[in-house]
Design a protein around this ligand. Sequence first.
Ligand code: ACO
Length: 429
Amino acid sequence: MENSGTIRIGNENFDFPIIEGIEGERALDTRTLRAKSGCITFDEGYGNTGSCLSEISFINGEKGILRHRGYPIEQLAEHSSFLETAYLVIYGQLPTADKLAAFCAEVRNHSSIHTGMRHHFEGFPSNAHPMAILSSMLNSLGAYYPEMSSNNREQDLAHFDESAALLISKVRTIAAMTFRMKQGLPFVFPDHSRRYAENFLHMMFSEPYNDYQDTSGASNALDLFLLLHADHEQNCSTSTVRMVASGGANLFASVSAGVCALWGPSHGGANMAVIKMLEEIHAAGDDGSRFIKDAKEGKAKLMGFGHRVYKNYDPRAKILGKSSERVLEGLGINDPLLDIAKHLERAALEDEYFVKRKLYPNVDFYSGILLKAIGIPVEMFTVMFAIGRMPGWIANWKEIAENSKSRIHRPRQVYTGSAIRDYLKVDER
Ligand code: ACO
């Protein structure tokens, strides 16, 4: 049958239905495999495993397509804003003008954090990594809103609209406070007259004697950066959020776990690693050619290149590449790292090693150059990714929490350790 598939194990055949997504992707529904056959599938890294049915984002990695709720990322990047796209990702529809205004007002009204939380910052050493602080603070935030973080799904969902707006707002305030604390600078209160991204830059860079003014379009570029990170299907951090949510944990705990998963250099931490790589190449007087040679010989990894799903250009990288150039031009910055990045990109796109493995620039390749130009310190780059990804994590938590049939995520394993041993046998020690 066209809509079923057969797995043959030994001499026995087992039939399974095929589930089809609306874009034609097909999945063999093996949920009854173990019960029928005693066998499980082994798919380390989950490259062939669909962990859920989801209505939020669609990626076609072969064609370089990304859509949120059906809207192509290119259209959203050109016409939408971060908060409008956040609303779309979370609620499934573009908001009317009234709904968007109400959502923005709710986000604005939640921008301050409880005074008690200011003391938490005093407990961190000034060399603490901002991602460690962010993850702790987001989980602590739940403690200040026990009615929204009850781990009772009905109750947490009843407060969902408020907790979603609150998190989108406060993640930005916590990020800016982290930067100020690490610099030994006093905290700056949010300014309700400013838009989302500009308010963040104000909380980062305003001084009592020098109010931050965006004269170069930095806040628009930052808004675009955040929009481009809003969601990305079942990536490592989003899958982590869903995993934590599947056990019934509240939204605050789930997104805090998402921050931890994002931190690693193979995931969100790559944006920091790209700048470090470009700076090292520059310091060594290389134009990128030597580094490419090392990458091909397995001595180095070209950070910001390659993706588990995209086997074509990451559409977000294309948009960010152009935007970085515009921002640097607008700010009158001549960054040699941009020239090295462009050279690396050209060289890699023509080199057989990268072409054969379908390794293209991903979103992190140009995002660091953009953030650096805006004045964000490298250590904060992955935090910026987390602010952008918050809507996607929230939407995925909601999808799990609203599904009364969702089961706890609990993969199996193939055990390869010692066979049974006897504690009382002395000669086994
Ligand atoms: N530089 C050089 N070679 C690479 C790179 C790279 N960046 N990425 C993959 N390869 C090579 C691998 O060594 C492998 O080669 P082989 O077939 O000779 O063994 C081949 O390409 C296939 O790579 P996989 O390891 O199968 O790719 P996987 O899907 O497991 O990993 C990942 C994807 C983690 C993104 C990887 O490409 C990588 O480490 N890239 C650099 C880090 C990075 O930019 N991460 C950000 C990802 S996007 C995001 O999370 C926002």
